[in-house]
Design a protein around this ligand. Structure first.
Ligand code: COA
Length: 176
């Protein structure tokens, strides 16, 4: 999905989360990986895609800009800590390299809120911050990927994201 950045646009946010501290993303790959795992519990549409994945290594590469999404943009990326200091949420925004379908604008490869803190406005706060910081630095648009059936899509649409590209998983039986 892609959102064109309009600095003047206002979005009705859910209630502001109480007692949460929002700060720099940092480089704690193990801590963020553990928290991210607690965002997509069994039953979530994205739970299965992580099975067999070394999450700590995935996050290490992402935080070091070694993956396909490019280097992390420090200002729009944020980490949220719950009262007591546990990681409650994070959003990663990267400088996605240009491809034949993306013009090199910022990308959000990861945004998550630990299950117990979902639905309290934390994800909206992270998105609001990310889009605002990207607009402030002169970017025209921001993109991300969302799975079919993920309720996060409603949140993205509220922030002005629209679908612009699809990937299909296809299969056929070998016995027909
Ligand atoms: C998607 C996510 C980051 C949103 O953060 P959040 O703090 O729960 O969202 P907010 O409270 O700011 O906003 C609530 C909206 O988020 C969407 N949403 C998605 N998953 C949700 C969940 N489990 N609980 C509540 N809202 C959810 C809904 O649109 C909801 O608004 P609605 O109830 O009016 O439709 C968070 O729910 C999450 O981490 N989900 C699991 C991981 C994931 O899917 N990440 C996105 C991958 S593309």
């Amino acid at each position: 999905m892609v959102a064109d950045l309009e600095p003047a646009r206002t979005v009705a946010l859910h209630a502001r989360p109480d007692g949460m501290a929002i700060g720099p993303l940092g480089s704690d790959a193990a801590g963020i990986a553990e928290a991210a795992a607690a965002a997509t519990l069994p039953g979530h549409v994205d739970h299965g895609i992580w099975l067999g994945v070394d999450r700590v290594e995935y996050w290490r590469q992402l935080l070091h800009g070694e993956g396909p999404c490019g280097r992390v943009l420090a200002e729009p990326s944020r980490l949220v800590r719950a009262p007591g200091g546990a990681i409650a949420a994070a959003a990663v925004v990267t400088a996605m390299p240009a491809t034949d379908w993306w013009q090199g604008d910022p990308w959000i490869p990861e945004i998550f809120v630990v299950a117990g803190f979902q639905g309290r406005g934390v994800g909206g706060l992270l998105l609001e911050h990310a889009l605002g910081a990207c607009a402030h630095s002169g970017s025209q648009r921001v993109g991300l990927t969302v799975s079919d059936g993920n309720p996060a899509r409603r949140l993205y649409e509220r922030f002005g994201f629209r679908a612009f590209r699809s990937t299909w998983f296809i299969a056929r039986s070998l016995w027909e």
